[in-house]
Design a protein around this ligand. Structure first.
Ligand SMILES: Nc1nc(=O)c2c([nH]1)NC[C@@H]1CN(c3ccc(C(=O)N[C@@H](CCC(=O)O)C(=O)O)cc3)C=[N+]21
Length: 294
């Protein structure tokens, strides 16, 4: 069994980006600038956004963190988005999800200028991805592709079972793995909460991508000998022995599955860090106007 080291891979990608930023600075070009909007104080969201800002500092990007209490109105939030859309200093920005219930997430995501939508959540970018046009790819699926590529995992003709059909991970992942590309060219099955006999599918999978947020859902009995297992889940579960009071658990029962599979991502240190690296990559592409010309 080989551990797919997301932390190391993320650092390698960030080092590559940092080298490009240094070159941009040396030649007097535009230093990439990422802005992030965070609404409320959810522990996970605060950590992830802080990690994104730290990554910016580490690789030499400019960054702006904009925080609001969770009673901000939808209108105030939309006004801020408009302001960022028009701010030439900002190359890309994200609105951290989830948003409070009184705010219409779809409306907020559609308000972001697709050219600055470095999360790749705007329907224009989703559609462009599906159509195979240049687009910002959502960071988590893009990070998983990087892991498969950098570990030179064979995907052509393989059966990839994606568990979970969210807009930000499962659905785009299923589309990307089926594309005529490397990594890709898989036969894809997309499973979700109404799938009958989940084990019937996962046990036939060469590649399993679990993205449901249900700790330990995927157990050894559900995995074929030698499968590649990618764990996207990062659920905080109470753990009194930790200073923080919690630990992160993935959707995969790591200890039992690790004995059976060929490759596996740990949690933490797997897909999570790559998500950050690919957000940085999208921001660099935004600053270089690689996806959309002016
Ligand atoms: N607009 C938006 N864009 C996102 O990309 C987005 C979002 N909203 N909402 C929530 C999810 C979740 N997500 C993670 C990012 C980093 C880690 C990460 O770095 N995880 C570390 C551990 C971090 C920790 O210590 O908690 C790891 O797995 O090793 C995890 C999860 C981005 N998301």
């Amino acid at each position: 069994m080989t551990l797919l080291d997301g932390k190391k891979t993320s650092e390698a990608i960030q080092d590559e980006i940092a080298a490009e930023v240094a070159a941009i600075k040396a030649s007097g070009g535009k230093v990439p600038h990422l802005a992030a909007i965070l609404v409320g104080n959810d522990g996970g969201s605060v950590t992830y956004v802080n990690n994104k800002v730290l990554a910016c500092e580490r690789i030499g990007f400019d960054s702006t963190l904009i925080r609001y209490e969770d009673d901000i109105t939808e209108e105030e939030l939309l006004n801020k988005i408009q302001e960022l859309n028009e701010d030439a200093r900002v190359d890309g920005f994200i609105v951290q999800l989830p948003l409070p219930k009184h705010i219409d997430t779809e409306k907020v995501l559609e308000a972001v200028d697709p050219k600055k939508d470095v999360d790749g959540f705007h329907p224009i970018n989703v559609g462009r991805m599906v159509a195979g046009l240049p687009a910002y790819l959502p960071a988590t699926p893009a990070g998983i592709l990087q892991l498969l590529e950098r570990y030179e995992i064979d995907t052509k003709g393989k059966h990839c079972v994606v568990v979970g059909r969210s807009n930000i991970v499962g659905s785009p992942m299923s589309i990307l793995m089926a594309k005529n590309a490397y990594p890709g060219n898989c036969t894809v099955t997309l499973c979700h909460r109404y799938t009958e006999d989940l084990t019937g599918y996962t046990s036939q999978a060469d590649i399993i991508i679990a993205a449901v947020g249900q700790p330990g859902l995927i157990t050894a009995e559900m995995v074929k000998e030698g499968a590649v297992v990618i764990d996207v889940g990062t659920t905080r579960v109470p753990d009194a022995s930790r200073k923080s009071g919690f630990r992160l658990r993935g959707d995969v029962d790591f200890d039992s599955v690790a004995e059976k599979c060929s490759y596996i991502t740990p949690v933490p240190g797997g897909v999570g860090p790559l998500t950050i690296a690919m957000l940085m990559k999208n921001t660099l592409r935004a600053a270089k106007k690689e996806v959309y010309a002016d």
